[in-house]
Design a protein around this ligand. Structure first.
Ligand SMILES: [Zn+2]
Length: 391
């Protein structure tokens, strides 16, 4: 990975409001008629969530090039509310219009906003995702899972271990000079070179290689007469502007709000979604002497473990477990008595989410099977909604 930073940041250009309306209409038409629409995002889409970009006037690299320190406090990426742009992309995905997303951002906001794991390549990693290089198992954390950089920036070990094979876990962040993750890059290129007929760049200066080769591949296809179209929305000029079918100088939220209005689609509000698996397994004994173990864990839609719980309390026997694995022993004939477990869940709480009480009925035919609950927290009204899902 290579990049450049300007001591004097490139000027930010802003469209007149009616020009922006016209371009939004044009883009909405392109999206509506596309067969394989992909989006490429950079730090510019997260600035309205309070997360600084890199090359804007107050961007991280601009400040570094000028020898300045940041004065205003930036929002932690764990507490940031996904922007209108993030949520518009989720809706476009859910409506089947957005086929694939490629992002240079490591803030994890796309995944948290609701983009599915098989619909995204996070080219520069995700600061809440770590991986076991021995067996390939991934883990998502509701805390910053990045190696301590006081060692070497190329030592990515986080100090935690894989629960499957005990191998050391590594963060997924890509530092200067490090190669991009092969699988993510391969998927991104596959969509850009062979499938996309429309690529929208949102909030990227397109100066970082090789990530910028993704939109470039779409632009090149157009140059070769391939018909794929590139649309770029970024306040500053980019090196690929000459290849673009449409060039928009605006904040990405301002464009996407207009585009969604043109498409007649609503931008959904952000809801924090967690999935909780409760598994009861028999460990021995029979009848009154039956012994079971209940394991409570966080999971992603694809089964990847997600650590978002601080503690779990079994209200029935007042036991509290304060670290993973959240496991409880049960005695007695669980199945026949139709036992109901009362669980009190305590979260990491980055969005101020309160504890949640969950009543879980243990069924005989579900022993050994993970029962998954969808837990939805609305940060705007402070309420949880719990749904038992089919699994
Ligand atoms: Zn492993």
């Amino acid at each position: 990975m290579a990049w450049t930073a300007h001591k004097v940041p490139l000027p930010e250009l802003v469209e007149a409001s009616n020009d922006l309306d016209e371009k939004a209409r044009e883009l909405a038409n392109l999206i509506r008629t596309s067969k394989h629409f992909i989006v490429f995002t950079g730090a510019g889409i997260s600035t309205s969530a309070g997360i600084p970009d890199f090359r804007g006037p107050e961007g991280a690299w601009t400040l570094q090039a000028q020898g300045r320190q940041r004065t205003a406090a930036a929002v932690s990426t764990l507490q940031a509310i996904p922007t209108a742009t993030h949520m518009a992309l989720v809706e476009l995905q859910n409506q089947g219009l957005l086929k694939y997303l490629v992002s240079q951002n490591c803030d994890g906001l796309h995944r948290r906003s609701g983009i599915l794991p098989d619909k995204i390549s996070e080219l520069h990693g995700n600061n809440t995702r770590e991986i076991c290089k021995d067996c390939g198992k991934e883990y998502i954390r509701d805390f910053r899972a990045v190696a301590d950089d006081t060692k070497s920036i190329h030592d990515h070990r986080t100090g935690r271990k894989c629960t499957i094979c005990s191998g050391p876990l590594h963060d997924t962040i890509i530092n200067f000079t490090e190669p991009l993750p092969a699988r993510e890059l391969e998927l991104a290129l596959e969509h850009a070179q062979n499938k996309a007929d429309l690529c929208l760049v949102l909030g990227s200066s397109l100066t970082v290689t090789p990530a910028n080769e993704i939109p470039e591949a779409v632009g090149n296809s157009r140059r070769r007469g391939g018909g794929a179209k590139l649309v770029i929305c970024n306040l500053q000029a980019t090196p690929l502007d000459g290849m673009a079918e449409l060039r928009v100088h605006a904040k990405t939220d301002e464009l996407m709000v207009r585009v969604m209005r043109e498409l007649g689609m609503e931008i959904p509000g952000f809801v924090l979604r967690r999935r909780l698996a409760v598994t009861t397994v028999e460990v021995g004994g029979q009848g009154r002497g039956q012994r079971c173990k209940v394991v409570v864990s966080g999971v992603d839609v694809d089964g990847t473990p997600v650590s978002f719980l601080r503690s779990v309390k079994m209200v029935n026997n007042r036991r509290v477990v304060k670290a993973e694995p959240f496991a409880f022993d049960l005695r007695g004939d669980v199945a026949e008595e139709g036992l109901e477990l009362q669980l009190e869940l305590e979260f990491m709480g980055h969005y101020g989410e309160p504890n949640l009480e969950l009543v879980h009925g243990v069924q005989d035919n579900e022993l050994g099977v993970a029962v998954v609950y969808l837990l939805e927290y609305n940060p705007y009204n402070g309420e949880w909604k719990t749904t038992r899902t089919k699994q």
